[in-house]
Design a protein. Structure first.
Lengths: 269, 205
């Protein structure tokens, strides 16, 4: 019953995504680097551990993997004679204007949930990896079977009133789940200059409370996907259908107006 | 070569390879259409769903590429020989838009066929094949994939415009022409009308 409702909601998605959008608010300054979120995510999504080697840092694994949807990046920022140690959660940003969804050729492999997140159906993924190329944040990973794997904002928890596993387990409130609008208000009230993701890419589902420029935290200052994607989606794609229809129509029109080049076989036979 | 009243315009090999190219193209074009538009994704249901359609698209691409390379021996030499009769063919628009503007006698391939072969088949055929193999073989290089995806789609648009016209010109627009790709032979009257200089070279007055 509940599942059917979710399915209906999913089909209705795409309409005023931003106002309904739920998301996360990441506050790097509250993060203590415990990585409970990494573990909770793995636990909920039944993802195995990755074998890694000691790189001389507490940060582990070194990058997102098909088994790691959410990762705490450890950044050492030196300025003057101080060193700042930053912990920044890295995962799918659930863009409203999502490059991955634009380029995906397999309908339903990436889909918008009722809560405005970008979720995936690995059975529908055909393994082309266009989404990797289309993502401004280099997030999607592919598993051994060549299927997409990434954060789906616990799309199998939040329709049932649960919060995402990472937010649920976070002991300091560095990852907070809620209505996107509400989260932006919380960040502003707490006195953060920048709420990263307010307007970027149509509004990100994962917001960051920053005191410095985004690049300070290792994120692009103005994230965007390649202009060729927009050119393709807005111009080339329609042009293909116009071309096909136009050429067929032009041929038909030519046939009935000017007509074919008949060969007079009379004298030859 | 004369065969009774008929003249051979294409060899059996040329016809065979043309159909390999044509059928592989149509498979690629329609599976591509199914991937391009969500609303046309039902096309790929006919091809056995997206997974099978994807595999069919890739391997058919290989057949298309090989067939494309093999056409070079058949048409390339003739297509790059551009003469004044070709410019006149172009300035008279091939005689397709007015019965009064008759282009001068053409060789074995007319200017339109030469341009179609060189630009659409060779240039954009190679572009789509090249970009397709990048997408297939180098899925991990993000920048390269975007570039290839773009090229793949530009050539798709070119095909969408040009190929229906090619099919029309080879069938309904020019009665007697479709034989060239089925039986390979044409009548003397057809040869004189459409490829006058070639007909003369073949000894038809």
């Amino acid at each position: 019953m509940a599942l059917e409702t979710t399915e209906i909601k999913r089909r209705l998605s795409g309409v005023d995504v931003l106002t309904r959008k739920k998301g996360l608010l990441i506050s790097p300054e509250l993060c203590i680097g415990c990585r409970g979120c990494q573990t909770a995510c793995k636990e909920w999504n039944k993802l195995p551990g990755d074998r890694t080697s000691n790189r001389g840092t507490y940060e582990n694994p070194p990058d997102l993997t098909p088994n790691l949807y959410n990762k705490i990046r450890f950044l050492e920022v030196t300025g003057g004679d101080t060193v700042k140690w930053l912990f920044v959660s890295q995962r799918c940003m659930h863009c409203t204007d999502a490059g991955c969804m634009k380029v995906c050729p397999a309908p339903g492999a990436l889909y918008r949930t009722a809560e405005g997140a970008v979720a995936f159906d690995r059975n529908k993924c055909i393994g082309c990896r266009f989404c990797v190329a289309g993502c401004p944040f280099n997030i999607p990973r592919y598993d051994q079977e060549g299927r997409i794997a990434k954060c789906h904002l616990c799309s199998d928890r939040i329709p049932y009133g649960l919060q995402p596993a990472c937010a649920k387990t976070c002991p300091t409130g560095a990852i907070r789940y809620g209505d996107r609008e509400e989260l932006m208000g919380i960040a502003k009230e707490a006195g953060y200059k920048t709420v990263y993701g307010t307007t970027d890419l149509g509004g990100l589902g994962v917001l960051y409370a920053f005191r410095e420029r985004p690049s300070y935290y290792g994120l692009p200052d103005s994230p965007s996907f390649s202009p060729t994607i927009a050119l393709w989606k807005n111009i080339l794609k329609p042009l293909a259908l116009i071309g096909l229809g136009g050429a067929v129509a032009a041929a038909a029109a030519h046939y009935v107006t000017i007509g074919p080049k008949e060969v007079d076989e009379g004298g030859e036979e | 070569m004369m065969k009774g009243n008929l003249i051979e315009k294409t060899t059996a090999w040329e016809r065979f390879n043309h159909w390999v190219l044509a059928v592989s193209f149509l498979i690629l074009f329609f599976t591509g259409l199914g991937f391009l538009y969500q609303s046309l994704n039902w096309i790929n249901t006919i091809f056995g769903g997206n997974h099978l359609a994807s595999a069919i698209h890739k391997w058919t691409g290989l057949v298309f590429t090989l067939s494309l390379i093999l056409t070079l021996g058949s048409y390339f030499g003739e297509a790059i020989r551009f003469t004044s009769e070709d410019s006149k063919w172009i300035s008279s628009l091939g005689g397709y838009f007015s019965k009064e503007m008759e282009p001068p006698p053409q060789g074995k391939l007319n200017a339109g066929q030469k341009l179609f072969y060189l630009i659409v088949v060779v240039l954009f055929g190679a572009t789509s094949a090249f970009s397709g193999f990048i997408i297939w073989l180098f899925p991990d290089s993000r920048g390269l994939i975007l570039f290839a995806h773009f090229l793949h789609n530009i050539s798709y648009v070119v095909f969408a415009f040009a190929v229906p016209l090619h099919i029309y010109l080879g069938t309904a627009a020019n009665p007697g022409t479709f034989r060239v790709m089925t039986r390979g032979t044409v009548t003397a009257a057809w040869a004189k009308k459409h490829h006058g200089r070639w007909a003369k070279d073949m000894g038809i007055e």
